[in-house]
Design a protein around this ligand. Structure first.
Ligand SMILES: Cc1cc2nc3c(=O)[nH]c(=O)nc-3n(C[C@H](O)[C@H](O)[C@H](O)COP(=O)(O)OP(=O)(O)OC[C@H]3O[C@@H](n4cnc5c(N)ncnc54)[C@H](O)[C@@H]3O)c2cc1C
Length: 368
């Protein structure tokens, strides 16, 4: 993956040697949101530069994309437009699973158990997207649950997918610059010719001096990775115990979780939580998770989800001569939304390009 420290433009004998004859789209953030957007934009022929403190392949707790499960799971309680973002993501992930094994996307069985029958606007809308959905019959799910269902589920292994995206973006002509910035204005100075900027900085949007989104908050996750060959089925339960068992077939193991700790930034593994997650995973899926797995088969994952009160932000604002697209605050669902969000960002970039040509002096605010 090609990484630069800064953008270089020069002129020799009056001839521009700038590497970008077209004004590049600048993306702040190289997590799953920034990288998926970069991939989709590059495939459409746009020039793209990503600026980020953490890049594909890095492992820092503030780089959520390195630590996700990551299952495509339909979210409950969302509007139809957001459901469709997930549908588009599913379509792209399925294509990756079928055509690009190095992307780390696999299809597994999923079994989901519910303590109460699904209410209005529950996650069951996802049955229209996934394959082989069926309600489980009594006796097919543990007796302490009200109901359950089974379907084919897409899981993404972030230890494969982020490096894949890093290489893919570079091979399509995209560029990475490793740099921490303190405001969007700093980016405008770095790229005076660019007109379109995408803020995909996750939790960083709380700290950028000209964004300062106080709805953003860090939500700590901690998982157990259990090395095992039994990676054919995902298990998920909703209700009293928020617990999942997410397969990573390409890494020969299962991710056991979960937990959400608001405003907790600790990088240390909390062994009480780890033991509780193993116990919960065993109660959910005793057929694949033993009550006391061997210590040598266990390792631990800690990551900070970039959460946001009221849900994620996805919109486009014209600010003077520039357009700033915001795509952050995806909390525990960034992988399930990323490619749908990326396609939405491509449409917003195209709209902004159109406005730049047709109406260069407009100062309107457009929202998704
Ligand atoms: C334990 C755990 C399990 C999860 N499981 C799932 C799952 O099963 N399914 C699912 O869909 N999602 C899951 N998630 C959530 C998912 O990981 C996140 O929603 C997603 O990774 C967010 O991506 P992002 O690109 O918005 O943010 P990040 O991956 O955090 O990336 C932010 C980027 O912005 C950069 N940045 C921020 N501020 C600045 C700055 N000032 N200057 C320069 N760069 C900056 C960072 O360096 C980084 O490159 C899980 C998360 C965790 C922690």
């Amino acid at each position: 993956m090609a990484i630069e420290q800064q953008n270089g433009h020069s002129h020799q004998n009056g001839v521009s040697t700038t590497p970008f004859p077209q004004r590049p789209i600048i993306i702040l953030g190289a997590g799953i949101i920034g990288c998926a957007a970069a991939r989709q934009l590059l495939q459409k022929g746009f020039q793209v530069i990503l600026v980020a403190e953490y890049l594909p392949g890095d492992q820092n707790i503030f780089y959520a994309s390195a630590w996700a499960g990551a299952a495509w799971h339909s979210a409950g309680g969302i509007c139809d437009e957001y459901k469709y973002l997930q549908v588009v993501s599913h379509r792209h992930l399925l294509k990756l699973a079928q055509e690009e094994p190095e992307a780390g996307v696999c299809m597994v069985k999923s079994r989901e158990y519910l303590e109460e029958a699904p209410g209005k606007n529950s996650a069951i809308w996802g049955r229209t997207v996934v394959s082989n959905f069926r309600h489980l019959k009594p006796g097919e799910f543990p007796s302490n649950f009200n109901c359950g269902w089974e379907y084919d589920c897409l899981v993404t292994d972030p230890t494969k997918h982020m490096p894949y995206l890093g290489k893919k973006i570079t091979s399509l002509g995209g560029r990475f610059i490793r740099q921490k910035v303190y405001s969007l204005a700093e980016l405008y100075d770095m790229f005076p010719e660019s007109r379109i900027f995408i803020n995909a900085s996750g939790w960083g949007s709380k700290l950028l001096s000209d964004v300062k989104d106080d709805k953003c908050f860090p939500e700590r996750g901690q998982n157990v990775f259990f090395k095992t060959p039994n990676t054919g089925t995902m298990y998920f339960r909703n209700g009293k115990e928020y617990t999942y068992v997410i397969p990573r077939p390409m890494s020969n193991g299962l991710v056991l979780g979960g937990i959400k700790q608001r405003d907790n930034l600790s990088p240390e593994v909390d062994m009480d939580i780890a033991r509780d997650e193993i116990a919960r995973a065993h109660r959910l899926a005793p057929e694949v998770v033993p009550s006391d797995p061997p210590e040598e088969d266990l390792s631990y994952i800690v990551g900070i989800r970039p959460s946001r009160e009221g849900g994620f932000r996805l919109d486009s604002q014209r600010i003077g001569e520039r357009t700033v697209l915001s795509a952050y605050g995806f909390g525990g669902g960034g992988y399930a939304f990323a490619y749908g969000v990326a396609d939405a960002l491509v449409r917003m970039v195209e709209d902004a390009e159109f406005e730049n040509v047709i109406n260069p002096d407009a100062k309107t605010v457009a929202v998704l």
